[in-house]
Design a protein around this ligand. Structure first.
Ligand code: ZN
Length: 164
C-alpha cells in the first residue's frame, strides 16, 4: 500500500516539475492560471500521499514494536520454561517448580500447571495465610489441596511425599 503511495507521490512531483519547466513557454494569462492550478493540484497530491505514507509508516512501526514485544515475551517464556520442571507434589497434583528450588527454600514456589501451559507465570498462594494445605492460583482460580504431610516446607526439608 505504501509503495503505491510513494509511486503516486513521485509521479505528482514529476508532473509538478514538468509544469514549472513549461512556465516560460506560457503565453496567455489563462494558460498561466491553468498551469498554476495544475501545479497546485500536483502539490496537494504529493501532500496527501505523504500524509498517507506517514500514517502507513506509523501502522508498520506499531506492528513492528508489537512483534518485537511478542518476541521478547516468547524469549522470556522460553527461559522460564528451561528453568522449571513439572513435579508431582501429591498424588495427581502437578505443579511446576524451579529446577534449582531444592537449594533455596526462600525462593521456592509452585507454579500453576494450567497457567503454565498458557505461558502464564502464576504462583500458587496459600488460601489462608499460614495454611500449607490449600493453595489457589489467583489467575485461573485453580485450587490444590494437599494432605498436611505433603506441604512444601516438609518437602523442602528433605521428606518428599514419596519418601515419607
Ligand atoms: Zn492458574
Amino acid at each position: 500500500m505504501t509503495l503505491t503511495e510513494i509511486t503516486a507521490a513521485i509521479q505528482s512531483i514529476k508532473t509538478g516539475i514538468k509544469i514549472v519547466r513549461g512556465f516560460n513557454e506560457l503565453k496567455s494569462e489563462f494558460e498561466i492560471k491553468s498551469a498554476t492550478s495544475e501545479l497546485l493540484n500536483a502539490i496537494i497530491d504529493v501532500q496527501n500521499n505523504l500524509l498517507s505514507i506517514q500514517s502507513s509508516y506509523q501502522v508498520l512501526l506499531d506492528s513492528k514494536n508489537e512483534i518485537e514485544k511478542e518476541l521478547d515475551n516468547f524469549k522470556n517464556w522460553e527461559t522460564i520454561k528451561l528453568n522449571h520442571n513439572l513435579k508431582q507434589v501429591a498424588p495427581g497434583v502437578f505443579v511446576y517448580v524451579r529446577k534449582e528450588s531444592q537449594e533455596s527454600y526462600d525462593n521456592q514456589y509452585w507454579l500453576c500447571a494450567n497457567c503454565f501451559s498458557n505461558q502464564k507465570f502464576s504462583i500458587f498462594q496459600s488460601r489462608i495465610p499460614g495454611n500449607v494445605e490449600d493453595f489457589i492460583c489467583h489467575s485461573c482460580k485453580a485450587k490444590i489441596s494437599l494432605p498436611s504431610k505433603n506441604n512444601p516446607s516438609k518437602i523442602n526439608r528433605g521428606g518428599s511425599w514419596m519418601s515419607s
